[in-house]
Design a protein around this ligand. Structure first.
Ligand SMILES: Cc1cc2nc3c(=O)[nH]c(=O)nc-3n(C[C@H](O)[C@H](O)[C@H](O)COP(=O)(O)O)c2cc1C
Length: 382
């Protein structure tokens, strides 16, 4: 049988992903002072054993003030490089690409964890404290978020742009193969893009070109500090969830990003305001795939699709239809860290378990012969 696209390699600049299955960035709130620890190594390392082609860390803040929560990973200090190195070494040793996402949360920083109750702020006894947050304009993101963000002045914006560049340099030093800017979900870059959160009257506001200026400066700084041979992604919210930023805007933005040397647009949606706002699109299988397709066709740039992609055939169809080049798996990877090798089994294209580490695969292949005939015949041994 012809090998599914999902399990064919993808070359991006000077690196090659062994397949198109990607672990989407997923924050765990387990860091102290932004340091990567054993928890992150095990949490992300298991996806390498599951044979995801690219494995993303959660969002790593470019400065402490830009963390979503106090437990987020950081990329703001050289002292954080060593912890990240442990992770990249392991992931690469197992044959996957190590990827990281860098971010500034702006007005959505200093938040409780998603599952914290209204009277909680972080883990019991950990002493988490809130801090002053910043934004394009002094407008709150709504309930759960700071009521009083401070509008950034131009000198501070320049400093944040530099910090994006420095974070890219550290990510390279830590050995990551891929970097992604988190420009989605209502974090700082998305706050600049949307007219609902950016009410500035200076050159960084007013119209679409003005509102795109700061995010493009950040992207440029990252590209300049990230090696030529390594690919750079950006995550966008194709629509902001409040009606201020739309797919047409995203296509125009992606065209500019492409000129700056961005290789893949990771196409998400929503998040500009708090949880009480209506979701921008109804949650259904592959609900954001049309955005990935629109950006891919409109801006002629590779895209990554994300959002309720659950199984191999669904993922394969997205690739076959030419709607995206990579498939990001979030919650389904939490449910099943072995998602790629299981999908390959179910699609009948790895009947000898050769996608697995030999330390697992050899035994599973041997076991196959001891299974009831009707199961062994299909190679489907789950
Ligand atoms: C636990 C968790 C943490 C997340 N953290 C991040 C993050 O750090 N950065 C990001 O861009 N998206 C984050 N997301 C969003 C996911 O990357 C993904 O886009 C979303 O869950 C939809 O994909 P899914 O339906 O496959 O889970 C997170 C999602 C989950 C479930």
């Amino acid at each position: 049988m012809q090998r599914p696209l999902l399990f064919t390699p993808l070359k991006l600049r000077g690196v090659t992903a062994p397949n198109r299955c990607v672990v989407s960035p997923m924050v765990q709130y387990r860091a102290t002072d932004g340091q990567l620890n054993d928890y992150h190594l095990v949490h992300l390392g298991k996806f390498a054993l599951g044979k995801f082609g690219i494995i993303f860390t959660e969002n790593c803040a470019v400065e402490p003030r830009g963390r979503v929560t106090q437990g987020d990973l950081g990329m703001w200090d050289d002292g954080q490089i060593e912890g990240h190195k442990r992770l990249t070494r392991f992931i690469q040793q197992e044959g996957s690409l190590a990827a990281t996402q860098i971010t500034h949360a702006g007005r959505k920083a200093s938040s409780p964890r998603q599952f914290d109750k209204p009277d909680e702020f972080g883990p019991k006894g950990a002493g988490w404290e809130r801090w002053q947050v910043v934004a394009p304009s002094a407008l709150s993101a709504g309930e759960r978020y700071s009521e009083s963000p401070v509008a950034l002045d131009v000198a501070e914006m320049d400093s944040i742009v530099r910090k994006f560049g420095e974070a890219a340099r550290r990510a390279d030093a830590a050995g990551y193969d891929v970097i992604e800017i988190h420009g989605a979900h209502g974090y700082l870059l998305a706050q600049f893009l949307s007219p609902l959160s950016n009410k500035r009257n200076d050159q960084y506001g007013v119209d679409r070109a003005g509102r795109m200026k700061f995010p493009l400066m950040a992207a440029k700084a990252v590209r300049e500090n990230w090696p030529e041979h390594k690919p750079m992604f950006i995550r966008v919210s194709a629509i902001d969830g409040g009606g201020g930023w739309d797919v047409d805007d995203t296509v125009a933005y992606a065209q500019e990003l492409k000129v700056l040397g961005i290789d893949v647009v990771d196409t998400s949606s929503g998040g500009l305001t708090g949880l009480s706002t209506a979701l921008p699109v109804k949650r259904a299988l592959g609900f954001q795939v049309p955005f990935a397709a629109a950006v891919k066709r409109g801006a002629k740039i590779p895209t990554m699709a994300v959002g309720l992609i659950l199984d191999g055939p669904q993922a394969e169809k997205i690739l076959q239809d030419g709607d995206a080049d990579l498939i990001a798996i979030g919650r389904q990877a939490l449910y099943n860290p072995f998602w790629p090798v299981h999908a390959a089994q179910e699609m009948g294209c790895d009947t000898d378990f050769s996608m697995w580490n030999p330390e697992y695969g050899w035994w599973l292949d041997k076991r196959k012969n001891n299974l009831p005939v009707e199961r062994a015949a299909t190679g489907q041994v789950k």
